[in-house]
Design a protein around this ligand. Structure first.
Ligand code: PGA
Length: 233
């Protein structure tokens, strides 16, 4: 282990993540750097589409994102990424259960930009259920969407992992929508045949082995939407 440590005691690591992942990846990097001092990390934060172009240019050690479509890429799942629908805590829909999608037709939605993995997954989910999800407002950051939903501009669909603080403080509520949460995973992604630096390989192994223990992310139960998970209840 000491040899392994010495091997990249001055290693540099470039990680590019989907913007949604910036809510937890710094904690992962902190735990990694704690163990491997003198590793210097550059973190790029962008959306899914830009990540895919960075990956095709092999411009970083690793990417963290939703499942990539590309067969040229290797994707290792390491954690669930549930997408939930959020509303201000005093919204009338917070008192309803198993809300059918068609009930939401006249609700204004604030969605991420095209190119966002969150946006794509939400649109696909609505399409698969014969509904169309149209944004009333478009915002390029989860942070802006949370603020806008809290201010009463509409409903949002975001990764549960972006909502830890607002749910703990009761500033936003998770709606119990039929079929929600939209189930996704986080993946570590790299081009096929990638030649890793030692520090790159170590970060890959570390994340696959330890991410779930290090990151204590909010659960749906804590978010107050347990019935949304259990079909038939
Ligand atoms: P994004 O991230 O919505 O910030 O693009 C999620 C993903 O990569 O799927």
């Amino acid at each position: 282990v000491l040899d392994e440590l010495k091997g990249f005691s001055r290693g540099r690591l470039t990680i590019a993540v989907a913007s949604t992942a910036n809510y937890f990846v710094p904690r992962l990097i902190a735990a990694f750097c704690h163990r491997h001092s003198n590793v210097s990390v550059t973190l790029e934060v962008t959306n899914r589409e830009s990540l895919l172009s960075l990956l095709s240019a092999n411009a970083m050690d690793l990417a963290i994102m939703g499942q990539p479509p590309d067969k040229e890429l290797v994707a290792h799942p390491f954690m669930e990424n549930p997408l939930v629908m959020i509303a201000p805590p005093d919204h009338p829909l917070t008192r309803e259960h198993s809300i059918p999608l068609e009930r939401l037709r006249s609700e204004p939605f604030i969605l991420r930009e095209p190119g966002s993995g969150t946006r794509g997954a939400a649109e696909r989910f609505f399409e698969q259920h014969g509904e169309q999800l149209l944004p009333t407002q478009v915002m390029h950051s989860s942070e802006a969407i949370k603020q806008a939903v809290e201010a009463g501009l509409g409903l949002g669909i975001l990764s549960l992992h972006t909502l830890e603080m607002e749910l703990a403080l009761g500033r936003l509520a998770v709606l119990d929508v039929a079929g929600f949460p939209i189930r996704r995973h986080w993946y570590l992604v790299h081009p096929q045949g990638k030649r890793f630096s030692r520090v790159g390989q170590a970060f890959l192994d570390f994340t696959l082995r330890e991410a779930s223990g290090i990151l204590r992310l909010p659960t749906l139960e804590a978010a107050g939407a347990p019935s949304a998970q259990v079909p038939g209840t």
